[in-house]
Design a protein. Structure first.
Length: 133
């Protein structure tokens, strides 16, 4: 939820992802002794925020665009959690790594995969809507 206000400020969202990712990478080996304990959540924060990059409103000043963006954020959360739990392909590969690479990497890639799905869906929807008119 902390990332939702950043939807209207893409540069701030990218900066926040960078800060959280660097802090998480640094802390991952130290706090959890290289294991991805359930109490370590900074990796999920970073991954979820990555998925929000595909949910940015087309017009941050248009309330309808912002509402659509919030709806997409719910989808982003669901997709991120699906990829984080099921661990397909590269998510599973990174999850098996020890240390910061495994702790942070699997969630960041799950976020990228969720963002990719949302971006693809938005492109298809835009194409379908434009071909009707």
């Amino acid at each position: 939820l902390l990332g939702l206000p950043l939807l209207k400020r893409p540069k701030a969202l990218v900066g926040a992802i960078g800060v959280v990712s660097i802090a998480g990478w640094w802390a991952a080996d130290r706090a959890g002794e290289g294991e991805d304990h359930s109490w370590i959540v900074i990796d999920e924060v970073a991954g979820m925020w990555v998925s929000l990059l595909a949910c940015l409103p087309e017009d941050a000043e248009d309330p309808a665009s912002v509402r659509k963006s919030l709806g997409l954020s719910v989808l982003a959360f669901a997709l991120f959690r699906l990829f984080d739990i099921k661990k397909p392909g590269p998510v599973g590969y990174l999850d098996r790594k020890h240390g910061a690479t495994g702790i942070m990497g699997d969630d960041l890639v799950a976020g990228v995969m969720a963002a990719g799905c949302i971006k693809a869906a938005r492109l298809v929807a835009r194409h379908l809507l434009s071909s009707k008119g």
